[in-house]
Design a protein around this ligand. Sequence first.
Ligand SMILES: C[S@@+](CC[C@H](N)C(=O)[O-])C[C@H]1O[C@@H](n2cnc3c(N)ncnc32)[C@H](O)[C@@H]1O
Length: 348
Amino acid sequence: MTNADLRQNRLQTNEFSDAASRKASHSAAALAGVENGVFYHDPVMLAECLEGLNIKPNGTYGDCTLGGGGHSYAIANKLDENGTLHAFDRDEEAVAFATKRLAGVKPKFIVHPVRFGELKNEIAPNTLDGILYDLGISSHQVDASDRGFTFVGNNPLDLRMDRREGVSAQEWFKTVDADALAAALRKNADMDRAFKLATRLVEMAAAVAGENRDILPSDVKGVVESVFPDKRREVNGLLARVFQAIRMEVNGELKEIEDSLRAAVDCLKVGGRLVVMSYHSVEDRCVKETAAEFERACICPPHLPVCTCGGNHQRLKKVNRKPIVPTEEEIASNSRARSAKLRVYERV
Ligand SMILES: C[S@@+](CC[C@H](N)C(=O)[O-])C[C@H]1O[C@@H](n2cnc3c(N)ncnc32)[C@H](O)[C@@H]1O
């Protein structure tokens, strides 16, 4: 892969961002995420995440998105031998890479190679002092062309985080109709012209199936260009959004976030921290709305004139009124940070 390809892939991990040129250089924290010369992932807002987690050296923490282990490694380094770190990832390559990277850390390090939607089956209630979510995909997942996440190059689409389960984007295209695809484009990427785009994508998928071959990024690009002839200069941004919508559907991402955040509230001790970083508006909205369910003291239906629920249901409070965003310096050294928003809550 050329440097230009790598830069284009950074655009895709940044999902909703425009095509402004960015530096491909990585921060000092990322250097530890390099193995045998292969770069894995540069952790975003590392200091802010650690501060949000409010780490006690002997505490018990969860990292739901292990990835290259950048955040986990830094959390582990703040814990002593009485501390525990639980880490989740559904991608076996991430688990293998990060497990090696964290070998020899002081705290007990327990890896859960499953979806974070399984949190409630893996972690006991009221046991965590903090839990972190760094949502989306890692730079490695996008950069590894055989994973089929990228529209750079022309490898067949796959887009599964866990290749051991679920259906690939290829299989998904064989069953989806234009209505369902349009709904996914709207829900997962706020796409305009969603029905027209979906109809043409379904026609393209049928034509490709007739040729007995896999769907390639160039097939999707052809459809996007035909639906947005007036937006030729934005084609990469549009493609990034189409890929995002398909990826989120194939991996059931919004449901995973909702299920896991609800379980996280149960897993946290009172005073424990919930720290969530999202990279685009759809993810951020899901985080904000799910957390809001637990910020309300009163859970009575809105039409009731007086509160009958007792008004004591609040289980989360915001630590920061507004989401935290990265500094200009971080954005300049790590383009992936550009769209990040960090929300921190405390269990009450
Ligand atoms: C942005 S990366 C995390 C990078 C990590 N914080 C680091 O510093 O290297 C997100 C990771 O979360 C994983 N992931 C995303 N959704 C998941 C889910 N529902 N269950 C488990 N892992 C998930 C992806 O496979 C990916 O490795």
